[in-house]
Design a protein around this ligand. Structure first.
Ligand SMILES: [Zn+2]
Length: 228
């Protein structure tokens, strides 16, 4: 069976990170988060890492070719032998095209999963979070379950809304995500890769992960039969 490449899409607050971790364990494949990959590379201090660091410090975007090269090296590491999950990549249509060439050269056909979560659910989820500015504890505040008088259980500090979780900030992040992602998803679908939109709310993270595993297994079983 060929190596599995799962490209995972999901808006901030969709549970994408949680799914990537669950699937990494259950499928025994690597979880490649572009953000982590870039940070690890900077920490390594090698010439490419230094180049990335100077770009990030200057607030510039790391060029698509560079990110692509890092992904190419990363998928050759031992933990990616049976497959890998791409999280946060490709982010642009150009990156998607470069990735398509890279995977084609290696005989890998990627699968695309898009976790869809109603934006009102995400806004309620994120804007309902409270942070203790003293110890960093995170609390969930829903209309039904209010954190008792909104103070920290550990130290009594008044809880605050994280800047990133403010409703207007969340809305802006979701809009930016959609604007950036829609053309990339369209490009991957146009390339003919199997792609699924999956409801990312209303069930436990484990139940959603099992659904994704089933989709992948059924697709691959079908493919193997077709080739037989
Ligand atoms: Zn606290």
């Amino acid at each position: 069976m060929s190596r599995l490449c799962l490209i995972l899409f999901g808006a901030p607050g969709s549970g994408k990170g949680t799914q990537a971790k669950l699937l990494r364990q259950s499928l025994g494949i690597a979880h490649i988060s572009t953000g982590d990959m870039l940070r690890e590379r900077v920490a390594s201090g090698d010439p490419l890492g230094l180049e990335v660091e100077s770009l990030m410090k200057a607030g510039s975007l790391v060029p698509d070719e560079t990110v692509n090269r890092l992904v190419e090296e990363r998928i050759e590491q031992p933990d990616s032998v049976s497959g890998f999950i791409l999280d946060g990549f490709p982010r642009t249509v150009h990156q998607a095209k470069l990735l398509g060439e890279l995977l084609a050269a290696k005989g890998i056909r990627p699968l695309v999963v898009h976790l869809k979560v109603d934006y009102n659910v995400i806004i309620a989820r994120l804007s309902g979070r409270r942070l203790c500015p003293t110890c960093g504890a995170l609390y969930s505040v829903t209309p039904n379950v209010r954190a008792a008088s909104e103070v920290c259980d550990y130290d009594g500090t008044k809880l605050v809304v994280r800047e990133d979780d403010r409703e207007d900030v969340v809305r802006a992040r979701l809009l930016a995500y959609e604007k950036q992602t829609a053309p990339v998803l369209a490009c991957l679908k146009e390339a003919g890769y199997p792609a699924w939109d999956l409801e990312g709310a209303g069930e436990s993270p484990h139940a959603i992960a099992r659904k994704i595993e089933t989709l992948i297994r059924d697709y691959r079983a079908g493919g193997e039969e077709a080739r037989a």
